[in-house]
Design a protein around this ligand. Sequence first.
Ligand code: NDP
Length: 342
Amino acid sequence: MSVFVSGANGFIAQHIVDLLLKEDYKVIGSARSQEKADGLIRAFGNNPNFSMEIVKDISKLDAFDHVFQKHGKDIKIVLHTASPFCFDVTDNERDLLIPALNGVKGILNSIKKYAANSVERVVLTSSFAAVFDITKESDKSVTFNEESWNPATWESCQCDAINAYCGSKKFAEKAAWDFLKENRDSVKFQLTAINPVYVFGPQMFAEDVKKHLNTSCEMVNNLMHLSPEDKIPEMFGGYIDVRDVAKAHLVAFQKNETIGQRLIISEARFTMQDILDVLNEDFPVLKGKIPVGKPATGATHNTLGATLDNTKSKKLLGFKFRNLKETIDDTASQILKFEGRL
Ligand code: NDP
């Protein structure tokens, strides 16, 4: 019995693979190139329980066919994490919306064609972007929870890359629930969506730390490289540690109570001020080098916008998430070590 993880070389997926291997699952991952696949196999110490397949572009609806043709009978669990998460795109449809949507449609159809009777659980890495209304994030009278859906349309979300990314996650997740409704009699699997907020935390392998990091960790990296007089980027969102997001993917298929659920993975709200407070307090090497702002005025200390109520998800998952201090400390110290400053 194997677990298939799409986009296994991604920031979140590497932590998922790590936990799966530690729990003795046989893992088949996918990456876009042989080089990335080989690198990951080496990074996990040539673990005999870990193998990789190449899936070049999830925009192609048959991208996963060869994986399920080859391994379909053996795969019981599918964790679909692959989806573009970047804002430096030139074409919102081609670079964000289509790969996200076709990735979901494609993998579910490949399961239907080649593994309808063997795949029992599918966990989709969706996002809080599929949940919230970006225009209401700073509205204190609004509450988002597991029932909420991003109201964007295919057209309206294309005003900029951030909106298009949020739309891509909404349309992709919606396609998964619709697929299951339409194909309930043709597939065996049950579906769970994981909807994380901004994911911070260390890269799985310190050797992978580079000058620029994955989109969410780059927000922390960027703050660490501002000058004291630089303007602090405005930002309000939820945060979660990557190790908790990875664990949630495992719990999502290990428990029956999570079947059919959307799990919002968020510890609490934050602003850049909250991150700066942790950086200034915990890293003497950054003292006087980064902005101080107005300490203790961020979302840790005040209600600054819409409420995120994920009580239901936290109860279903049943484990405690890391706090901002721990996730920022571990993100920042890995970066500072890479730069030889710690
Ligand atoms: P990464 O960019 O590190 O991982 C994304 C993965 O998807 C990579 O393996 C990437 O391949 C793959 N991918 C992207 N586009 C394609 C494509 N067209 N064809 C094939 N593979 C593709 O991001 P994260 O780990 O942060 O994100 C993983 C998932 O989590 C995504 O679904 C994202 O939307 C979701 N998420 C992330 C959050 C965060 O804050 N990080 C918050 C909420 C949800 P390659 O490395 O070759 O580009």
